[in-house]
Design a protein around this ligand. Structure first.
Ligand SMILES: Cc1cc2nc3c(=O)[nH]c(=O)nc-3n(C[C@H](O)[C@H](O)[C@H](O)COP(=O)(O)O)c2cc1C
Ligand SMILES: Nc1ncnc2c1ncn2[C@@H]1O[C@H](COP(=O)(O)OP(=O)(O)O)[C@@H](O)[C@H]1O
Length: 309
């Protein structure tokens, strides 16, 4: 897949079959659209093109309530779309000026003149241009003049997609990992860098790699303990991960930290990838450190059992 971030440097697309969207999570619901895109492209010997915006339009248009919780960062989305065999991903820098283009200017001067689409695949309720003034009716009106095909994604499919995205976000925020993973079609994951903590872990007998996420907009699952798979320096390990404020030590800051099973290496500064497999329990305040150690020992045994094979 080719990723284009500069609209001035785009290639000449051959019979571009395009769709526009955020594809956050690239979950099972998005697969229907990816399939439509591929089928339409095969039929006209064309190229599949996904147009997405970065930053997220909501962050630019409503910055005061920008509680955008991303299932996937742009880099993660790129990795996932790559697996689907999409030919081109075009990342359009979403600016205030871009958002103020009239619907006709957006359609004619941006979408059509940039991509010369053979086919446009679009949700029945898709809106574009200043104040969301353009929609399917405008696309239909311009279809003849510019000679593109229009494929409408029906209401039911759009509805299912929205329900699915919301369900995944809510499930993760409630610790319902199994449901989230089923809807995603793969285990939810985070990417970050191993940073220094308070050096308490090794004293407890469980050193924990503290993870600083690459993107602060990434959705963090519910506080608690999880069985996870970890990739660090190209190798896979199993782990027990805690998301919490460490109430036993009267901590306040939210930390994400993982004890890696059967592992003993200095990995400060390393890139780390964690996939969530199962929720084990909620975060707790213990009266004594000994009790916390007993609990962590039990968590690790549970993680081992969940992740066996
Ligand atoms: C599997 C696991 C479960 C944990 N559960 C709790 C918990 O319930 N309550 C708590 O206060 N801390 C919990 N912790 C966090 C420990 O308190 C933490 O690892 C310790 O403070 C070390 O922190 P450090 O990496 O900054 O040295 C857990 C850690 C792990 C690895
Ligand atoms: N099994 C392990 N799991 C996680 N980190 C480990 C493990 N063994 C060694 N380490 C190293 O120890 C560090 C964690 O030790 P810890 O005492 O918790 O310090 P910190 O508070 O800085 O995280 C990790 O960042 C890593 O470099």
């Amino acid at each position: 897949m080719q990723v284009h971030r500069d609209l001035q440097q785009l290639p000449d697309f051959r019979n571009a079959v395009i769709t526009i969207g955020t594809f956050d999570g690239v979950h099972t619901g998005h697969q229907y659209i990816l399939q439509q895109l591929q089928e339409a492209a095969e039929a006209c010997h064309g190229e599949t093109v996904i147009i997405t915006f970065d930053p997220h339009p909501r962050e630019v248009l409503a910055p005061q309530n920008k509680t955008v919780h991303l299932l996937t960062t742009l880099d993660e989305k790129i990795q996932l779309l790559e697996k689907w065999g999409i030919h081109h991903l075009v990342v359009v820098p979403f600016t205030k000026a871009f958002s103020e283009l009239s619907a006709t200017a957006y359609l004619e001067d941006f979408l059509i003149s940039t991509f010369r689409p053979h086919t446009i695949i679009i949700g029945y309720d898709h809106r574009f241009g200043h104040n969301r003034e353009g929609g399917l009716e405008l696309l239909e009106a311009e279809q003849q003049k510019f000679g593109f095909q229009l494929l409408e994604i029906p209401q039911q499919v759009v509805h299912d997609l929205t329900v699915s995205s919301t369900k995944i976000r809510n499930s993760l925020q409630e610790g319902a990992i199994l449901l989230a993973n089923e809807l995603l079609g793969y285990p939810y994951f985070i990417n970050g860098k191993v940073v220094h903590g308070d050096k308490m872990g090794r004293q407890l007998g469980f050193p924990t790699a503290n993870i600083a996420l690459h993107d602060s907009r990434k959705l963090i699952p519910a506080q608690g303990v999880y069985a996870v798979n970890v990739t660090v320096a190209g190798k896979e390990w199993k782990g027990a991960l805690n998301i919490g404020t460490r109430p036993t030590f009267n901590g306040t800051e939210l930390r994400i930290e993982v004890y890696i099973l059967d592992f003993n290496e200095d990995i400060y500064g390393a890139e780390i990838h964690v996939s969530f497999i199962e929720f084990i329990r909620a975060d707790k305040k213990f009266d004594a450190v000994d009790a916390l150690v007993v609990q962590i020992t039990d968590d690790v045994a549970k993680a081992r059992l969940i992740l066996r094979s």
